[in-house]
Every structure is written in C-alpha cells, then in structure tokens.
Design a protein around this ligand. Structure first.
Ligand SMILES: [Fe+2]
Ligand SMILES: [Fe+2]
Length: 320
C-alpha cells in the first residue's frame, strides 16, 4: 500500500507500481483523486442500474404465468435490490454518502444503464432480459471481480454468482417459449428483436469514443475494452440463439473466418446517446417511479435515524 506520509510526487508512482503488481487498494490507503472519482462514478452508476433495473421486470411479478415463474422472478428482482445495496456500500467506502448518490441520481447528474429505459411489453421480455441483459452484465462483471479496488472486487464476486442464476432462468424461460406453441415462439422472437441491439449497446460506446477507458485499464479498474467485451458477448449470444432456434435481428451478422468472431451490422450509436441523455422510451417513467419510491420511503429513513439517536442516548446514559 501507499503511505500517506510519502512525498506527494512519490505517492502517485508508488500507487501505479502497487496496482501494476496486481495488489488491491483498500479504503484506508492513499489513492489519487482521479482514481477515487472514477470509482465513485462507476460504482454508483452500477448501483443505480441495479435499483432502476428492478422496474422493467418488477412490472411482470403480478402477471407471471405460474407460481414457479413468480417465485423465480421475485427472487431475481430481490437479488437486484441486494446488488444495489452492496454496491452503494462499496461506494460509501470512498467517502461519498448514500444521500449524495441518491441526490445525484434524482437530479440526473448520475446515470444508470440505458437498457432499463426500454419497456417490457410481453412476458417473453422477462426471458430476454435474463438471457441477454443479465448475460451481458456477467461478461462485463466477471473481470470486475479482479478490479484493483478491494471493496468493489469483493462485492462483484457474490453479484456474479447471482447474475449467473439470473442468466440461466432467462435462457430457460426463452427455451420453454421457443419450444412452445407458434404464438409462444413468436413472442420469444419478438422479445429478441427488441432487446438485441440495446443489449449490444450495454457495453458502452466503441473504444475510439470512450475517453476514460485507457486510464481505467491502467489503474486495473477495467480489464478489457468495451469492444472486446461486446465481441465476447456477441459470440456467446449467437450460439445461444441458435440453440433456441430464434433469429438475431441483424441481416449483416456473419462469421468472420479470419478473426474467428461474429461480425455484426452497424450499431446505432445515435439511439444509444439519445437514451443515455434521457430520451429513452421509459426514461421519465423510471425516474418518476424512483422519485416516488424515495419520497414514500422518507418515513422509514426518519424512523431509523430517530431510533439510532435514541439507542445512542440510552448507551451514553448507561456508560455515564
Ligand atoms: Fe444485478
Ligand atoms: Fe441480474
């Protein structure tokens, strides 16, 4: 670790060497301001995505077609709440308060994954989300288990185990539909048609348009570039779509013998940026729901704060 007492110009050098050697950085260690700032941005954005991400699927809990499917979906959505909580806690170790992070989400200063601004129109969307969105999340998050920042890396280990269950339940749901009646198969195909491109965009802008990537890689926050992760996901998903006997909605999708990877058609980055800037089909609704939940929960936070103060006063009285 880097000591606070080292000369300022030595600290940055020691830090880079420490991280380059695959050591973990812990909350009490000295770290460059930019490193902490990058992590707060990334971890809080990740936490917000988990919490906002409960909405599109939560929308189907009351309409799940069987008790088994309802139990699975409830467990999955609950897991996402847990992911949000681990991640807010990891971010709090960097001296940012949960209140501040919530305020930044509410004001629009902090972002969340643009995929959650798309609507869930049919039951098949629950399958497509588990298969593709949680599938993309795993590809993104497995390397984060080796992130140089200890609290984030440790949170990701458990998150990834749960994401793996999410991905499997989604794939299994898609399998049931694609082997069902022609109407069910059409529903699965329609869900893939609508979720494919937003899932491909989940890895963020192309490398040449991703200004923070190089520094994040040097600090070992990020291990692979957006485009590399995206390619990994595409190669995986193409095989899975073949197993499901449904078509990826991309007429230009083709196996490249030279690279050994699947090449896709043009990705619509204008749509991606429009959604990131808050113009997604459900952006307003998601934020309005989040704000309402935050306001409705104010009494719980106030009660917990009042109870903590009472406990503290009681403990002080006993001590005195
Ligand atoms: Fe999650
Ligand atoms: Fe998940």
């Amino acid at each position: 670790m880097v000591h606070e007492a080292s000369a300022p110009d030595e600290r940055a050098e020691q830090f880079d060497a420490w991280v380059a050697d695959e050591n973990k950085v812990e909350p009490q260690d000295w770290m460059p301001e930019g490193y902490a700032k990058t992590l707060v941005r990334q971890i809080s954005q990740h936490a917000h995505s988990e919490i906002i991400g409960m909405q599109p699927e939560g929308n189907w809990i009351t309409r799940a077609p069987s008790l088994r499917r309802k139990a699975i979906l409830l467990a999955k959505v609950q897991d996402e709440a847990g992911h949000g909580l681990y991640l807010y806690s990891a971010a709090e170790t960097l001296n940012v308060s949960r209140d501040q992070m919530e305020a930044d989400l509410m004001s629009g200063k902090a972002k969340y994954s643009s995929i959650f601004n798309y609507p869930t129109l049919t039951w098949a969307d629950v399958g497509a989300i588990g298969w593709l969105v949680d599938g993309a999340a795993i590809v993104n998050q497995i390397p984060l288990c080796r992130c140089s920042y200890g609290p984030y890396a440790r949170a990701m280990i458990r998150v990834c185990k749960e994401e793996s269950f999410h991905q499997r339940q989604g794939f299994e749901l898609m399998m049931a539909l694609s082997q069902g009646t022609p109407e069910q198969k059409a529903m699965a195909q329609d869900a893939l048609n609508r979720w494919w491109w937003p899932a491909v965009q989940m890895f963020g802008p192309p490398d040449h348009d991703s200004p923070h990537s190089a520094q994040s890689m040097a600090w070992k926050i990020k291990r692979f570039s957006n485009d590399d992760l995206r390619q990994k996901f595409i190669d995986m998903a193409v095989k899975q779509a073949q197993a499901l006997h449904i078509e990826i909605p991309d007429p230009d999708l083709k196996f490249n013998e030279e690279t050994g990877h699947w090449d896709t058609g043009e990705i619509n980055w204008d749509e991606f940026w429009a959604v990131v800037k808050g113009h997604g089909p459900c952006s307003r609704e998601r934020m309005a729901n989040r704000r309402k939940a935050h306001n409705d929960g104010a009494w719980v936070r106030e009660a917990a704060t009042a109870f903590a103060a009472k406990e503290r006063a009681r403990a002080e009285k006993v001590a005195a």
